[in-house]
Design a protein around this ligand. Structure first.
Ligand SMILES: NC(=O)c1ccc[n+]([C@@H]2O[C@H](COP(=O)([O-])OP(=O)(O)OC[C@H]3O[C@@H](n4cnc5c(N)ncnc54)[C@H](OP(=O)(O)O)[C@@H]3O)[C@@H](O)[C@H]2O)c1
Length: 297
């Protein structure tokens, strides 16, 4: 089968489309024929050798955590899923024609493989940070970096829960944030004053890692009401850095319910062929993805 692999850490040019042995589903795992793989920032962070503590890698390595496809092997001990089912979920080396998943759910009706591949990691992260920041219905959450994959999920789940959101994004994404029910402002000069003008902030999420932790603490008045997923320096301000993935199966079950009710939709910014993985990484790393980028296999 064909897969994307890299033999040394580095820029997007280290990614190669290679012939490789097919993986097989061990106990408690399934194998899918991948139809689409989600491109997450962590994929290029791993390729660059940035996050090896959380994601140990032995070279040569495959790429990709998220995928959607058709089940073609079911491992020992797995129940409730059959060969031929359409699933989305998380696993390893998903930029490939076949991949083994460790967490999955059946795809809701009406979702394409391309769309489905964009959900697993962003929904797990969004549910986790909403839990950790402790924001309640009726309160207002400030989201710095609200238009990306994680931000898109946070805004929609907050709306379902009756949490008001003020989001920051680039000028091109102001209407997008409003379409997701948030108040919106840009993140350029004067943003703190513009946020104050929009209303009181009870809790805040840093999803962009753009060096705004002290401002978020100032706006909430309490470092315990701020969580970052993108700024490793956050603990210096007494702010929690959220890094450990929660329960992906529970997150997928919640995603299915929200998608089926029409209350969660992560748009696909752009689709790429498997052979264009390097371009997808370059574009993701530029830091202005609305929703998710996806490789079509
Ligand atoms: N710790 C964890 O568990 C975890 C989990 C998932 C992701 N992450 C990290 O969290 C970050 C976000 O992930 P993602 O998947 O949502 O990324 P993404 O889809 O690439 O989105 C990045 C977003 O950042 C926004 N942005 C760029 N510059 C900004 C600035 N100066 N101020 C505010 N927003 C800005 C962009 O908005 P515009 O396009 O509107 O400019 C874009 O929507 C990444 O760094 C990722 O590695 C961490």
């Amino acid at each position: 089968m064909r897969k994307i692999s890299f033999a040394e850490f580095g820029g997007p040019e280290v990614l190669r489309l290679v012939e490789a042995e097919e993986p097989h589903a061990g106990p408690d795992r399934i194998r899918i024929a991948v139809r689409a793989a989600g491109v997450n920032p962590v994929d290029w962070r791993i390729r660059e050798g940035q996050v090896l503590g959380a994601h140990p890698v032995s070279l040569p390595a495959g790429v990709g955590l998220d995928a959607a496809g058709v089940v073609d092997e079911v491992g020992a001990g797995v129940e409730g899923i059959e060969v031929g089912d359409r699933v989305f979920g998380e696993g390893i080396d998903t930029y490939a024609e076949f991949a083994v998943l460790s967490a999955w759910a059946r795809m809701p009706d009406g979702l394409t493989f391309e769309e489905a591949a964009g959900y697993p990691s962003v929904v797990e992260t969004a549910l986790r940070v909403l839990r950790e920041v402790g924001v309640r219905p009726g309160q207002t959450l400030l989201v710095s970096g609200a238009s990306g994959g994680v931000g898109s999920a946070v805004l929609q789940i907050a709306r379902v829960r009756g949490i008001a959101v003020i989001g920051t994004a680039g000028a091109a994404n102001q209407d997008y944030l409003r379409s997701l029910g948030a108040l919106a402002t840009t993140y350029d000069k004067g943003w703190v004053e513009r946020v104050r003008h929009l209303g009181r902030v009870d809790a805040a999420l840093d999803l962009a890692g753009s060096g705004v932790i002290s401002e978020l603490v100032g706006l909430t008045g309490d470092p315990r009401k701020v969580v970052s997923i993108a700024d490793l320096g956050a603990p210096r301000w007494g702010v929690r850095f959220s890094g450990a993935a929660g329960d992906v199966r529970d997150a997928l079950a919640e995603a299915v319910a929200l998608i089926s009710r029409g209350t969660l939709h992560i748009p696909v910014e752009k689709s790429y062929a498997l052979s264009e993985a390097a371009a997808a990484h370059t574009d993701s790393r530029a830091g202005h993805t609305r929703g998710r980028r996806v490789l079509v296999v």
